[in-house]
Write a protein that binds this ligand. Structure first.
Ligand code: PHE
Length: 453
């Protein structure tokens, strides 16, 4: 008996779920601080170019593999390629899902913790970012705080994924994504109406090219992968629940558009407020948890904005985390015949346990270093800087060179016939980027991550 595989209820549901995966801590926590550290507008410009010439073509390729095969990453590669080599690329995706989710959930837990701290009033009286930094240090340094919110966050992720593709992932994205956008709009209005906001806007729009060097370009490129959830099969898995009647090209374009728009909106909301309070935009990873609470303390009604901001961050993290768990679950459901509930409980539970040493990396295990990095840093580095770019490279090479071009073009045109009639040049350009531009540039990022160039 063949089981009927799950699918999205509508194209709109797919777009919201995929945009939910893409929009995450990467957009709201990481993008503003790396833009801040690398000179603002000039960096943003380079990031946009990377999204356009690598992110977009590779996203189309990844969603296409999923939609064509209607399988998880491992099943998808075994359906399309004979060689075991390609099947192991799918496996690496499942492993990356395990690893990224384990530490992502620790930061996701912090965002929930900050929502609670705001409600308790502990974030409202800072005189300086140093004071906010001290509180941050004592919160994440507290074993039960860190582990407790990691557990709560993980329980929420499992609670959604266990309800299935339509009833869990799609439904929750339809509720959470509009809330996310509304909160951002409120925060932007608050930000741009502060005295001194124009300096923050100038920081985002007026480029300072002197800050741009090879390193900044590579950071922009690496981030393009992370922010679009590329290279580990999350978009492939979401694409596998898509109908062949819908266009892969226009869906991918909408996902890229939403992800980029939301990153820029987060930048506007954050930098207007940071500049208006005269604080340092290049504060690094602590920008969100240390600088921003100090910023909120200085503004009227700051507690409300602080609550909204951390809620925004928690929602963004949640909709991304569910896509990471779904990759692992889809593998066990499709390939090993597990039922969804069992797969979520057993493998979700294992990923949760793998996250425990990451959560403890900020307290009990802070001094347990592997090559000078904590457990958290090691997992983050391996997954984000090695596995994702490598997976992205393999996807570009697979669709550009291995899968027969006739079959690829036939597959990509399904559901997008009109687009290819109106813009016949599109296929040539897409192939050019997949075959040459993406593999060369991604190889550079990878070598750089490994310290070779
Ligand atoms: N795109 C997510 C973010 O920006 C992170 C992510 C990476 C999610 C890979 C799923 C897969 O935070």
């Amino acid at each position: 008996m063949t089981k009927i595989r799950e699918a999205w209820g509508s194209r709109f549901g797919f777009i919201l779920a995929a945009a939910g995966s893409a929009v995450g801590l990467g957009n709201i926590w990481k993008f503003p601080y790396i833009a801040g550290e690398n000179g603002g507008a000039a960096f943003i410009f380079i990031y946009l170019v990377c999204i356009a010439i690598i992110g977009f073509p590779v996203l189309i390729a990844e969603v296409l593999i999923g939609r064509t095969t209607q399988r998880n990453p491992v099943g998808a590669f075994s359906a399309l390629a004979k060689s075991k080599l390609w099947v192991s690329v799918g496996f690496l995706g499942v492993i990356a899902g395990f690893m990224i989710l384990s530490f992502y959930s620790v930061i996701g837990g912090w965002t929930l913790g900050y929502v609670v701290e705001t409600l308790k009033g502990s974030l409202s009286n800072f005189q300086s970012p140093d004071e906010a930094g001290t509180l941050f240090g004592s919160l994440v340094g507290n074993v039960s705080w860190g582990l407790g919110f990691h557990t709560l966050f993980f329980a929420m992720v499992m609670g959604i994924v266990i309800r299935g593709v339509q009833g869990g992932i799609e439904r929750s994205s339809k509720i959470m994504m509009p809330i996310l956008v509304s909160i951002l709009v409120i925060l932007i209005i608050r930000g741009v109406t502060l005295d001194g906001a124009s300096e923050g806007l100038a920081f985002l729009w007026v480029p300072d090219w002197s800050k741009i060097n090879g390193q900044a370009i590579l950071i922009a490129l690496g981030h393009a992968f992370f922010t679009l959830s590329l290279g580990m099969g999350a978009m492939l898995t979401y694409g596998s629940y898509m109908s062949k009647k819908d266009s892969v090209i226009s869906s991918s374009a909408q996902i890229v558009f939403l992800d980029t728009l939301i990153a820029i909106m987060a930048g506007v909301a954050i930098f207007t407020a940071v500049f208006a309070s005269g604080l340092d935009p290049a504060a690094g990873p602590g920008l969100i948890f240390q600088t921003l609470p100090a910023v909120f303390s200085t503004m009227p009604g700051g507690t409300y904005f602080s609550f909204l901001f951390f809620l925004l961050l928690a929602i963004a993290a949640l909709t991304s985390a569910i896509s990471l768990l779904e990759v692992v679950v889809a593998y066990f459901v499709d390939e090993k015949g597990w039922n969804r509930k069992g797969a979520v409980l057993i493998f979700g539970g294992s990923i949760f346990l793998l996250g425990v040493p990451s959560a403890l990396s900020f307290n009990l295990l802070a001094d347990a270093k592997i090559f000078d990095k904590t457990f958290f840093d090691v997992v983050d580095f391996l997954a984000s800087n090695v596995l994702l770019p490598f997976g992205g490279l393999m996807i570009a090479v697979f669709v550009g060179w291995i899968w027969s071009t006739t079959a690829v073009l036939e597959a990509v045109k399904e559901g997008a016939e009109e687009l290819f009639e109106s813009y016949p040049w599109f296929e040539g350009i897409w192939m050019l980027f997949l075959k040459f531009v993406a593999p060369i540039l991604i190889t550079l990022v990878l070598l750089n991550s490994l310290g070779i160039v």
